[in-house]
Design a protein around this ligand. Structure first.
Ligand SMILES: C[S@@+](CC[C@H](N)C(=O)[O-])C[C@H]1O[C@@H](n2cnc3c(N)ncnc32)[C@H](O)[C@@H]1O
Length: 337
């Protein structure tokens, strides 16, 4: 483990230790909200979004302790690399699909940018600018701090933003936009059109959207009891609120005016990397228990880690049955005017 990762784990523990009481309570309420959602309660999008923001505020620190600072599990493209190395590989692949004409002059949009570490990677690869937004101000603060520390604040721009609101960018600003597990899992089907139209609006003509996103595969059948049971069991792993089919997302993108260039399963499986992390979390649970005992962490953290581990097992089964994909690829282009 290198120095950066040790430092990240340490900072995450420090953040958790000084988390204000109301943030802790909000994350407990969010956790209970998701449990009720799981049990079938009808919920409003604004309440889901609030719960997601409150939950991620704490989850992003917990997962940073376990070296998952970029909050997604990539496909295993290279067996000799771990989770981080494979994240770099899939990020390079997503960037390549944007087919940038002039990378050094490009301005990209990172939707649901988390702590901005993918934006940082992209800006480093292109030499251009990246803007990112995220619902959780805590992750945005980390993104801004990191950009400053790397002396890249002139090329990395972060702010709080919500997929469910009009995007706060001028029309025709971006040479490309992308997302990693951060957009479609937070939408009800009837809400897809609004966001697809906003993506279309902020892109320049000829620009592309490229992603690696959690989606159900066309084999998933809501009338199949086994599929539905697995889905219920693996969803907590993703801290997602909804599961869309690629066809629904692509149809919304097409209605917004995009041309779909690719909609395809991931190029590698994610479950071996999920299992590796599960083992690490399993070892780290002793630390979590100790932090809970001295009231640094709320008591549900251990419970949620337990849930994460169980969800991991369900995920492996679902992915092997090819009913869900953590890294479905979509490439869509805004036609030249
Ligand atoms: C599974 S993580 C994806 C990881 C992220 N792309 C990264 O760079 O680490 C999902 C992300 O989506 C963000 N998110 C969820 N709902 C959102 C919304 N309505 N608007 C903006 N961001 C949202 C979460 O805060 C979280 O950072």
């Amino acid at each position: 483990m290198n120095w950066y990762r040790i430092k990240t784990s340490f900072i995450a523990m420090k953040q958790l230790a000084k988390l204000p009481k109301e943030d802790k309570q909000a994350s407990i309420d969010a956790y209970e909200f998701f449990q009720r959602m799981q049990a079938g309660e009808e919920t409003k999008t604004e309440d889901e979004t609030k719960a997601v923001a409150d939950y991620y505020k704490v989850l992003s620190d917990i997962l940073s302790i376990f070296d998952v600072e970029k909050l997604y599990i990539p496909p295993q493209l290279d067996e000799s690399e771990g989770l981080y190395g494979n994240q770099l590989l899939i990020e390079q692949a997503v960037l390549k699909k944007m087919n940038l004409e002039n990378p050094g002059k490009s301005h990209l949009l990172d939707m649901g940018c988390g702590r901005g570490r993918i934006s940082h990677h992209f800006a480093t690869l292109t030499g251009g600018q990246v803007s990112g937004y995220n619902i959780d101000s805590h992750q945005i603060e980390s993104a801004i701090d990191w950009a400053r520390e790397c002396e890249m604040s002139d090329r990395l721009h972060f702010k709080v933003g919500n997929h469910h609101e009009p995007l706060e960018y001028e029309s025709g600003t971006f040479d490309g936009c992308y997302s990693f597990g951060a957009v479609w899992p937070f939408f009800k089907k009837e809400e897809l059109d609004d966001h697809a139209r906003e993506m279309y609006r902020v892109l320049k003509p000829g620009a592309r959207y490229s992603c690696s996103e959690y989606l159900l595969t066309p084999h998933f059948d809501w009338n199949n009891e086994e599929h539905v049971t697995l889905h219920k069991a693996f969803l907590p792993l993703l801290a997602a609120t909804h599961s869309m089919y690629p066809a629904d997302v692509c149809a919304a993108l097409e209605r917004a005016g995009f041309k779909i260039l690719l909609s395809a399963p991931s190029e590698g499986v994610a479950w071996p990397l999920c299992n590796q992390k599960r083992d690490l979390v399993s070892m780290g649970r002793r630390v979590v228990r100790a932090l809970e005992a001295i009231r640094v962490l709320p008591p549900w953290v251990e419970e949620s880690l337990d849930l994460l581990q169980k969800s991991g097992e369900a995920w492996t089964a679902a992915e092997k049955a090819k009913i869900a994909d953590l890294n479905w690829r979509i490439v869509a282009e805004k036609p030249l005017a």
